[in-house]
Write a protein that binds this ligand. Sequence first.
Ligand SMILES: [Zn+2]
Ligand SMILES: [Zn+2]
Length: 377
Amino acid sequence: MKYLDKVRAELEAPREQRMFGSGWISGSIGLLAGIVGFVMVLILRNPQLTSVPQLAAVHQGWLFKPVLYFVLISGFVLAALSLVLRRDKTLGGAAMVATLLATMIGSLATEHHIKVEGIFFGLDFFVLNVLFTGLLFIPVERIFARYKDQSVFRDEWREDLFYYLVSSLFVQILTFLTLAPSNFVIGHQELATVRGWARGLPWVVQLIAIMLLTDFAQYWLHRAFHRVPFLWGFHAVHHSAKSMDWMAGARMHFLEIIVLRSVTATPALIIGFDESALQAYMLIVYVSSTFIHSNVGTHFGFLEKILVFPRFHHWHHGIEKEAVDVNFAIHFPFLDRLFGTHHLPDGKWPNGYGIPDHPVPKGYWKQLLYPFRKRAA
Ligand SMILES: [Zn+2]
Ligand SMILES: [Zn+2]
C-alpha cells in the first residue's frame, strides 16, 4: 500500500515538478498504457468473463491485437523514458512493472474460456469509456481550460474515477434496471398509432423530440431532487464535487442513476421512436453530460441561449447563494427561462463549487450511505 501512496503522490506532484522533460508526462502516460494493456490482456484471455456481448466484435476484431501491441510497446518506451528523465523512479517503475506484467500474462500459452452465463461485467466497456472520454477530454481541457492550474489528478480524482468504474462496470445491469419501468408500459397496444406516427417523422426531428421530452422530464425530476429533503440526500452526492472536470459528472448516487435514467427515458420510450434515434440520444447524453461538467472555459456566444454549455451547468454547481436552485436543464436552457430558474450572468463564472460547509463525506462507500445516515440523524 505504501508503494501505491508513493505512486499517487507522484501523480499529484506540484506543477513545477510536472514540466515537459521532467519525466512526469512520459511516466504517467506510460503507467496509463501499462494499466490499459493489462486490462486488454485480461479481456483477450477471458472474453466471456469480461465483456459486454455487443462489444465482443471489438476485441474479436482484427484491430484489437495490433492496438494492444501498440499500447504495450508505447507503455514500455514511455516507462523507459521516464526512468531516464526523472530522479524519482516511482512512476517510471510502476509503468514498467504494469507493462511487463501485461506482456507476460499476454504471452502465456494457454487460452482459458470461463463461461459465465447471463452476467457480463463490461470490463471492456469500462476501458473504452474511460479511455475514449479521457483521450477526448484531457487534451480539450488542457487547451480550453477555465482553471488552468487544475491537474487531471486534482483533489478526489480517485473517487470520481471509481464512480466511472462502477457505472461503466455495471452498464448491463443498469440498463436493465433503468429500462424495466418503461418496458412494462410498452406492452400496451393502444399506443400503436402514436408510435407509427412518431417513427414516420424525419430522423433529426425524432432526435430533437427525444431530447426535448427527456429534458422536460429531467427538469422536473431534477428540481424535485433539489426540493424534497429525502431526495436531496441522494443528489447532494452529485453536488459535493468541489472541482469541475470531465470526471466530476460521473459522481452520482447509484440509486439516483437508476431513478434518473428510468424516469427521463420513459416518455420517449412510450412514444416509441426509432431505435437508432434512441441509441444516438444515449450517445449524445453520455458525451454532453461529460462535456457540461468539464473544465472548459470557452464562451459560446448566442449558442449558450439555445443549448446547455459548461458555463450554464457550472452555475448549477456554484457554491454561492445566487447559484442555489438554478439551471436544472441539461440540454435546453429555455426550460429554465420558462419555469423561472434561469441564471447566466454575462461572462461570469461561479466563485467555487460544491455545497456550503461541504456536508457530504469523502469516499464512494460513505457517499453511498450518506442519504440514509442523513435521514437517521
Ligand atoms: Zn442538481
Ligand atoms: Zn452536474
